[in-house]
Write a protein that binds this ligand. Structure first.
Ligand code: B12
Length: 210
């Protein structure tokens, strides 16, 4: 799998698609393929931070990743114990942040596990999350964030849920590479995730206990 990470890091588009197709054919789990691609994108991010890659390369990496997702999404597990009405999840990338590749993966995986997902998109203002929670009666709110500058924004959303009188009913999970236990604590969310499956398991647990 290391070669896939390397090819993505080098933005060697054709080689990336060839390797992804090869892994799929070999029966490698789509989530494992995704993990390896994530590592490649982290490498791209580091090259960008170091000034070796520029915005063009960052955009190109996103385009490649979106094409990979077209291949992987249909393969996300349909599993054996999937309920059609697993629950409702409201999700969005918080205000100030337009990254959505990871969020879209979480949305696909939740849907493939039977959840109804209200996807608010990117750069979502605080009030929009609250409106959606009120309208849908969802018990799970997922916030996606990849920029350090969004820590206070996530905290604002959690506060707004509290102020709307919904905090007892709605469990909140924050996700994205910048999320950690320290960030969870700062924002007041209930959980954090650095991968999509953790989000699905969180939602399952919330609805199992309700
Ligand atoms: C691709 C990319 C872009 C693309 C995004 C395209 C798109 N449609 O999303 C573009 C080119 C637009 C972009 C723009 C910018 N980017 Co950018 N980008 C990246 C890059 C290389 C990959 C991100 C990605 O898609 N990863 C793949 C996905 C699958 O992983 P993921 O998002 O982490 O999601 C997984 C988990 O985290 C989790 N997850 C994610 N969300 C959620 C939500 C929930 C509820 C749950 C449960 C789980 C979960 O599940 C996902 C699947 O496993 C990262 C590098 C990195 N280290 O992350 C930089 C990075 C995030 N970008 C960065 C920066 C600085 C920017 C810009 C400010 C650059 C600029 N100067 O303009 C702008 C920001 C614009 C804005 N206002 O948002 C920095 C952020 C630094 C920081 N921590 O603050 C990074 C880390 C690069 C770096 N090292 O400098 N970027």
């Amino acid at each position: 799998m290391a070669e896939l990470r390397e090819a993505l890091k080098d933005l060697n588009e054709d080689e990336v698609y060839r390797l992804v197709d090869e892994k799929i054919k070999q029966g490698v789990s789509p989530l494992d393929i995704l993990d390896e691609c994530n590592k490649g994108l982290m490498d791209v991010g580091e090259l960008f931070a170091a000034g070796n890659y520029f915005l063009t390369e960052l955009l190109f990496s996103a385009e490649i990743m979106q094409n990979i997702m077209q291949k992987l999404e249909p393969l996300f597990s349909q599993g054996d114990n999937i309920r059609e009405d697993a629950g409702i999840v409201v999700i969005g990338t918080v205000k100030g942040d337009i990254h959505d590749i990871g969020k879209n993966i979480v949305v696909s995986l939740l849907r493939s596990h039977g959840f109804k997902v209200i996807d608010l998109g990117v750069d979502v203002p605080v009030e929009k999350f609250i409106e959606a929670l009120k309208e849908t009666d969802a018990k799970v709110l997922g916030l996606s964030a990849l920029l350090n500058s969004t820590y206070p924004v996530m905290k604002d959303v959690v506060e707004a849920v509290k102020n709307a009188g919904l905090r007892d009913k709605v469990k909140i999970i924050i996700g994205g590479t910048i999320c950690s236990e320290a960030v969870r604590e700062f924002t007041g969310a209930d959980a954090y995730a650095n991968d999509a499956l953790t989000g699905v398991n969180f939602a399952k647990k919330v609805y199992a206990n309700k």
